[in-house]
Design a protein around this ligand. Sequence first.
Ligand SMILES: Cc1cc2nc3c(=O)[nH]c(=O)nc-3n(C[C@H](O)[C@H](O)[C@H](O)COP(=O)(O)OP(=O)(O)OC[C@H]3O[C@@H](n4cnc5c(N)ncnc54)[C@H](O)[C@@H]3O)c2cc1C
Length: 111
Amino acid sequence: MVNGRFEKIEGTDREIPADFVFLAMGFVGPEKGSWLEQLGVSFDERGNVARNDRYMSNVPGVFVAGDMGRGQSLIVWAIAEGRSCAAGADAWLMGETQLPSPIAPTARPLQ
Ligand SMILES: Cc1cc2nc3c(=O)[nH]c(=O)nc-3n(C[C@H](O)[C@H](O)[C@H](O)COP(=O)(O)OP(=O)(O)OC[C@H]3O[C@@H](n4cnc5c(N)ncnc54)[C@H](O)[C@@H]3O)c2cc1C
């Protein structure tokens, strides 16, 4: 892994005969192609959808919360991000918000 992304190591290719293959790679970021690229959202250096400090992507009115923006994480973070993202959307629509915004998009677990 380099900067949280898989990176090919030259000279390690090999063939394994199999009838069926399951890839258990964990969450490797939002699927590229289709609607995400149609929307025109940009991605951060880890391949997640980039957002500003109010959870909005580079496309006005398109908000991002949870694993799609944070990367592989936990339910409690997704819940907190969902609430904060709702506050961001409310502020964008209404000009202000009374909704709670428990965490910033950049918040990380205490070490
Ligand atoms: C195997 C596994 C085990 C885990 N175990 C734990 C655990 O024990 N504890 C814990 O806290 N966390 C655990 N997690 C992490 C947790 O599940 C995630 O962090 C959390 O679900 C992220 O929430 P989310 O709303 O961001 O994304 P998700 O829960 O992934 O929700 C995204 C939703 O978007 C939908 N969707 C995707 N594409 C489209 C589309 N084009 N149109 C419409 N809908 C779409 C999907 O169907 C899905 O319902 C685990 C994750 C995995 C994969």
